[in-house]
Design a protein around this ligand. Sequence first.
Ligand SMILES: Cc1cc2nc3c(=O)[nH]c(=O)nc-3n(C[C@H](O)[C@H](O)[C@H](O)COP(=O)(O)OP(=O)(O)OC[C@H]3O[C@@H](n4cnc5c(N)ncnc54)[C@H](O)[C@@H]3O)c2cc1C
Length: 376
Amino acid sequence: MSKNFDAIIVGGGIIGTATGYYLAKRGLKVLLLEKDYLTAGSTGRCITGIRQQFSTPATIKTAMESVHLFRNMRDEFDMDVQWSSSGYLFLAHDQEMASMFQKNISLQREFGLDVRFLDAGECRSLVPKLNTEGLVGGAWCPSDGQADPFLVIRGYTTGIINNGGIIRIGSLVTRIASENGRVRSVITAGGDSYQAPRVLIAAGAFAREAGQMSGVNLDVTPERHQALITDGVQYEKIPMLVDYRPDGGYFVQRLTGQFIGCFTPEKQVPGHDIDSTLDFIVEMSRRMCKLIPALEKVAVLRQWAGSYAMTPDGSPIVDETEIKGLYCAVGMCGHGFMLGPALGKYLAQFMTEGSWEIPMSEFAYGRQFGEMEKMK
Ligand SMILES: Cc1cc2nc3c(=O)[nH]c(=O)nc-3n(C[C@H](O)[C@H](O)[C@H](O)COP(=O)(O)OP(=O)(O)OC[C@H]3O[C@@H](n4cnc5c(N)ncnc54)[C@H](O)[C@@H]3O)c2cc1C
């Protein structure tokens, strides 16, 4: 195998594979190195949700572009990735939350998003099984949706290979070497060395370590998040319900009829530990049944855990670093599956032409971290 490439990607999750695909489609010779197996990181552990309801311009635009790409994947990959526009309903149980959603809706609508505020009665009509006790209303976007991450990754990786790229699994990158401020090569634990003028760090929860092995500082901290999936029941297109209350959570009905969901723990669990706990199943089941009491009769099938790769302001870091040709797309903060396709497309343009499709200063490397993304 030749050891010279146009671009080397470190990481086989949604970010690495999407970017690799759009680079390979532009005719670049791509090498993707993954330390475990494709989808081993957070991408294979996510709860499949794809939404456009965010609170900042770049995130809203990126998510809208991603939805456009997800919708077209059946044609792009000639394969069904189980895309479904099943919607997201953010629930407001007090006026403060309702006002925050309404403010975000105004901004989102400026970008043409089909989002609106529903009163409690309209929420009940949309989801008849929803417990609307104490509900003020909800932010509803019918074009948000879900897709199968394993199929999406299969689409992107098949595309990389069909466009002449190479994927190596079981290849732990241990060093990214540069010379005179310019990236030169990538070295693996097996002692292989590959050269390229462009290297992308897309290492998910291991971004900080990947930065350290390259001599750049990536302010990304992994946090454990747990999830579960139930047995399947009749499909009723129950959208992703997002309940931000301290004892709330997020869950959606998959096309299989199963419910998949998670919640953000009150006390964060930083680090690379992704063990799952019994407490989580009990608590998550309770939270799901509180919102949809009919779920009391549905059994939990499986549980697992994965990492959110967090940055101090809740937005990703997607940029070139101070080392010429060394790029990063890290710190997806729990939104990487939904943002991944558009970020991959934008990055492919940036890494080849040096210009962004949309203003990306919100995601700049080396920015001053400011206010936290509100729709987190
Ligand atoms: C429980 C849970 C639910 C979630 N739900 C959603 C959701 O509904 N919607 C959504 O958009 N997001 C969701 N997320 C977040 C989403 O999964 C992540 O943001 C996204 O998958 C990140 O993609 P990535 O490509 O950056 O990282 P990853 O998928 O983690 O991929 C990074 C890859 O890099 C590899 N790697 C790391 N270091 C090296 C190295 N040195 N050498 C070689 N390979 C390396 C890793 O093995 C890994 O496979 C959820 C996450 C969790 C944990």
